[in-house]
Ligand binder design. Structure first.
Ligand SMILES: [Zn+2]
Length: 417
């Protein structure tokens, strides 16, 4: 049986397995895999996203191309074993720690490309434009220097990377956030991009940045973006957490995708995405593992739904007129957004084979298979994974799990030394 966004059907290959398309991970910062679990001690009674960010900057300063490669390869193995077959890498760790360019200015990007190739995951690389340290246009702080480009340097990086683009490597573009990209720079970059390029941006993760945007630009972040850029289906708005009703409708009408990262947004205390209103408006969305405190599409989807249940005191929130199944609705939407957000048509070409021998599937039917997969415990039910016709996971194990984990251990010893 093969599941597609229109439901289960007989598998054209005649296979007796239960298969679903691969899942797109719309938002990842690979290096943060190495600090998962290392920011969970209170440093201040008012700990917040902003104190977490200080820890993250200290950690980011330790990476070089080799350690980034090793950490990303480990992460991508974990993603594949969990069922993600493509990842959008929101990449801003561009330069050496002091801000100077590496001999190859694309060295850090190429480390991610090499890691993805080694693991066999599709990569949509989104080099990030990061120019200022706040809405007031202040220069980057010392710890942000390795993230920075001017517009020309950034466009040159995109050109360089595009030469290696392929079926499994897409080169898109990211604007870090409205606070990090001045309006004139945003316009210059957008004017230089092809109309087909995926564009991602962190948009409204924290209430503080919403207030700063109102103070400086006279509008809320999403409101400002919709009024100042031709936002369409090529755009992905990451953490569109804080929205008012016109913004919910505005994003849905634009055709843009929202990348929701429920476990990271919970971990960082960001807030809850207004899912019910957004589904009602017909909006497109997908999920991302973001800070890598969880690398599981199941956990993202589950917590997306559970957050709504906790906030509304109701059950079974994510449903649509054509399906009362929460699991199928969630999976439908994740697959429907994958092509626009990643540039990859994975629904027809990447597959996950479910472990239907697991106890969770005893007595399964078409009607409950997806809900069982998403809402029944923590055993990983992904058995095999094929990406672009190549099997990379068999019986739950990635083909190079041990070798890649060995290099990851060495890299971690170096990073933690
Ligand atoms: Zn992010």
């Amino acid at each position: 049986m093969l599941w597609t966004p229109s439901g289960w059907s007989e598998d054209a290959s005649g296979s007796a397995e239960w298969r679903v398309p691969g899942i797109a991970n719309l938002h990842s910062h690979a290096f943060q895999r190495a600090m998962a679990g290392l920011a969970e001690r209170q440093t201040h009674p008012e700990d917040s996203f902003w104190t977490w960010r200080d820890t993250m900057y200290r950690f980011a300063a330790r990476f070089d191309p080799d350690t980034l490669h090793a950490v990303a390869a480990q992460l991508y193995v974990e993603m594949l074993e969990a069922g993600y077959t493509t990842v959008c890498e929101f990449h801003y760790l561009h330069h050496a720690p002091d801000g100077s360019a590496y001999a190859d200015p694309a060295a850090m990007s190429r480390a991610l490309v090499a890691a993805a190739r080694e693991a066999g995951i599709r990569l949509t690389l989104l080099p990030v434009l990061y120019m200022s340290g706040g809405f007031d246009g202040r220069p980057l702080a010392e710890r942000q220097r390795r993230f920075g480009h001017d517009v020309d340097g950034f466009l040159a990086l995109l050109d360089m990377l595009r030469q290696d683009a392929s079926d499994t490597l897409r080169i898109g573009c990211a604007l870090h956030s409205l606070r990090a990209v001045p309006a004139d720079a945003m316009r210059a970059v957008l004017a230089a991009l092809s109309a087909q390029s995926p564009i991602h941006i962190h948009i409204a993760e924290q209430l503080g940045e919403v207030q700063d945007c109102i103070n400086v630009r006279g509008a809320r972040p999403v409101e400002w973006l919709l009024a100042n850029a031709a936002v369409d289906a090529h755009w992905t708005l990451v953490h569109a957490t804080h929205l008012n009703a016109p913004e919910v409708q505005g994003i849905a009408d634009s055709g843009a995708t929202v990348a929701i990262c429920p476990t990271t947004e919970a971990n960082l205390g960001d807030g809850l995405f207004p899912l019910r209103a957004y589904l009602g408006a017909g909006g497109a969305w997908g999920v991302g593992s973001d800070s890598q405190i969880s690398v599981s599409p199941i956990e993202e989807l589950r917590w997306l739904e559970y957050g709504q249940r906790l906030a509304t005191h109701h059950r079974n929130i994510a449903v649509r007129a054509d399906s009362t199944s929460v699991g199928e609705t969630l999976l439908h939407d994740v697959h429907a957004s994958a092509l626009n957000a990643t540039g990859n048509d994975i629904v027809g070409s990447d597959t996950i084979t479910l472990d239907t021998d697991a106890p969770q599937f005893v007595g399964m039917t078409n009607a409950d298979a997806i809900d069982r997969w998403i809402f029944s415990g923590n055993r990983n039910l992904v058995r095999d994974v094929d990406v672009a016709g190549v099997q990379v996971v068999a019986d739950g194990r990635h083909r190079d799990r041990d070798a890649i984990a060995g290099r990851y251990r060495s890299a971690m010893r170096k990073l933690l030394a």
